[in-house]
Design a protein around this ligand. Structure first.
Ligand code: CAA
Length: 386
C-alpha cells in the first residue's frame, strides 16, 4: 500500500474537488433548508462517473478503484454531506451487491443504468424493529407462481423517496431466522411499492430518506440476488463496503469543518488580533488536523484492501478494517465539528455558517450503516474470533 496518492488518484481528487466547489457547495445550504433532493447535481456527478466510480466500464461505470471512490466521497462530503451519502449509497449499497452476487443479466440490466446515473438506487435492510438487530427481519417474500410476493415495511432508506430500484431483504423461510432471509432487486415501479413517509431529520436533509411499504409487491424470480436464504450474509458483506463510504463521508465532513475554521479564525478579530493567533484556537486546529490525517489513513487502508479483494470472492474480507475506519472517522468527525462550532463562537450556532450544518450532518455517521456500538461489536468479534 502506497501512502502517497498516485497521479491518477491526484487527478480524480482534483476533478472531484473542482466539482464540489463549483457545483455542490453553492447548493449545500439551500438543499439543507429545503430538503430537496439535488437531482441536477447528481446528474452532473454522474457525467463524471461518480455514481459508479469503481464499477467496471463494461457495466457503465468509470472503471476506477475503491481508493478513487473514497477520494470522491470525501471531497463531495467536505462541502455537502447529503450529496456525499447519496453518491455513496448509489455506488456501494446498490451497485456493489449486484456486482458481487448478481448474474450477468442482472449486472447489465441494473448496474449499468444506475452507474451511469440514469437511475437512482437504494438499500432496504432496516425495518422499524430491525436496526442494529438487522437479522430480525419481518418483511416476507412468499414464492408465488413465477416469482415472489413481498410484504413488509422498510425504514430509514436513504434515496428511498426518489429511488428507481432497491436492494430489498425479506424472509423466505421464517423457521430459519436470519438464515432464512433472501435478497431481491426491486423496481419502485413494481405494483405494491409505496413511499409511505419521508423522514424529517436533524441533518443530511436532502437525502430523500423514506419509509417504504411493500404490499403484495410482485418480484420476478430472476430478480432474486444470490441464492435463496443467503441474503443476510449478502447484507453484511455489502455493509463492509458501505462502511468504508461512511468513513469517507465523515472524513470529508471533518475536513470541511477544519477548512471553515482555518478561514474563520484568520478573519475573526478579538482582543485586537485574529483569533488564530491565540493558542486555545491553534491547539483546536492542530488536534482537528491530526485526527483527520489519522482517519484518512484508516480509510485509505480499508479502500486499498477493497481493491485487493475486488468483486471476485466473498471469502476474503475487510470487515475489521472497514469498521475500524468507520468507527474512528465518525467519532473523530463529531470531535472536529464540535471544535469548529467552538472556534466560530456564537456564529457557529447560526444557520448562516456552514459549520452549523456540518455539526448536524456529522451526527448520522455515528448511527447509520451500523452504530458505533455495532462497529465495536464487529471489531471485537474480529479480534477475538467470536
Ligand atoms: N460478510 C459476509 N458475511 C458475513 C459478514 C460479513 N462481513 N459478517 C457476518 N457474516 C455472516 C456470518 O458468517 C453468518 O453466516 P451463517 O449464517 O452462514 O453462519 C451470518 O452472516 C450472520 O452473521 P452473525 O451471526 O454475525 O449475525 P448477527 O445476527 O450476530 O449480527 C451484526 C451481526 C454485526 C449485529 C449485524 O446485524 C449488523 O451489522 N447490524 C447493524 C446493521 C446495520 O449496519 N444497518 C445499517 C443499514 S443500512 C443504512 O444505514 C441505511 C442507509 O440507507 C444508509
Amino acid at each position: 500500500m502506497h501512502l502517497e496518492l498516485s497521479d491518477d488518484h491526484k487527478m480524480i481528487q482534483k476533478t472531484a474537488r473542482e466539482f464540489a466547489e463549483k457545483e455542490v457547495k453553492p447548493k449545500a445550504h439551500e438543499i439543507d433548508e429545503t430538503s430537496e433532493f439535488p437531482r441536477d447535481t447528481v446528474k452532473k456527478a454522474a457525467e463524471l462517473g461518480f455514481l459508479g466510480v469503481y464499477v467496471p466500464e463494461q457495466y457503465g461505470g468509470a472503471g476506477f478503484d475503491h481508493v478513487a471512490y473514497s477520494i470522491v466521497i470525501e471531497e463531495i462530503s467536505r462541502v455537502c454531506a447529503s450529496t456525499g451519502v447519496i453518491l455513496s449509497v448509489c455506488n456501494t449499497l446498490f451497485c456493489d451487491p449486484i456486482l458481487r452476487f448478481g448474474t450477468e443479466e442482472q449486472k447489465k440490466k441494473y448496474v449499468a443504468p444506475h452507474a451511469r446515473g440514469e437511475k437512482i438506487g437504494c438499500y432496504c435492510l432496516t425495518e422499524p424493529q430491525a436496526g442494529s438487530d438487522a437479522g430480525n427481519q419481518k418483511s416476507t417474500a412468499e414464492k408465488k407462481g413465477d416469482g415472489y410476493l413481498l410484504n413488509g415495511t422498510k425504514a430509514w432508506v436513504t434515496n428511498g423517496a426518489v429511488a428507481d430500484t432497491a436492494i430489498v431483504y425479506a424472509v423466505t423461510d421464517p423457521k430459519k431466522g436470519s438464515k432464512g432471509i433472501s435478497c431481491f432487486i426491486v423496481e419502485s415501479s413494481f405494483p405494491g411499492w409505496k413511499v409511505t413517509r419521508e423522514e424529517k431529520k436533524m441533518g443530511i436533509n436532502a437525502t430523500a430518506t423514506a419509509e417504504i411499504s411493500l404490499q403484495d409487491c410482485r418480484v420476478p424470480k430472476e430478480n432474486l440476488l444470490g441464492e435463496e436464504n443467503k441474503g443476510f450474509s449478502i447484507a453484511l458483506r455489502t455493509l463492509d463496503d458501505g462502511r468504508v463510504g461512511i468513513a469517507a463521508q465523515a472524513t470529508g465532513i471533518a475536513q470541511g469543518a477544519l477548512d471553515e475554521s482555518l478561514r474563520y479564525s484568520q478573519e475573526r478579530v478579538a482582543f485586537g488580533q485574529p483569533i488564530a493567533n491565540f493558542q486555545a484556537i491553534r491547539f483546536m486546529l492542530a488536534d482537528m488536523a491530526t485526527e483527520i490525517e489519522a482517519s484518512r489513513l484508516l480509510l485509505r487502508r480499508a479502500a486499498w484492501l477493497q481493491d485487493q479483494v475486488g468483486f471476485s470472492t466473498i471469502e476474503a474480507r475487510y470487515t475489521l478494517e472497514a469498521s475500524l475506519a468507520k468507527l474512528f472517522a465518525s467519532e473523530m468527525a463529531a470531535r472536529a465539528c464540535h471544535k469548529a462550532v467552538q472556534i466560530h463562537g456564537g456564529y457557529g450556532y447560526s444557520r448562516d455558517y456552514a459549520v452549523e450544518r456540518m455539526y448536524r450532518d456529522q451526527r448520522i455517521t455515528e448511527l447509520y450503516e451500523g452504530t458505533s456500538e455495532i462497529q465495536r461489536l464487529v471489531i471485537a468479534r474480529q479480534l477475538l474470533g467470536n
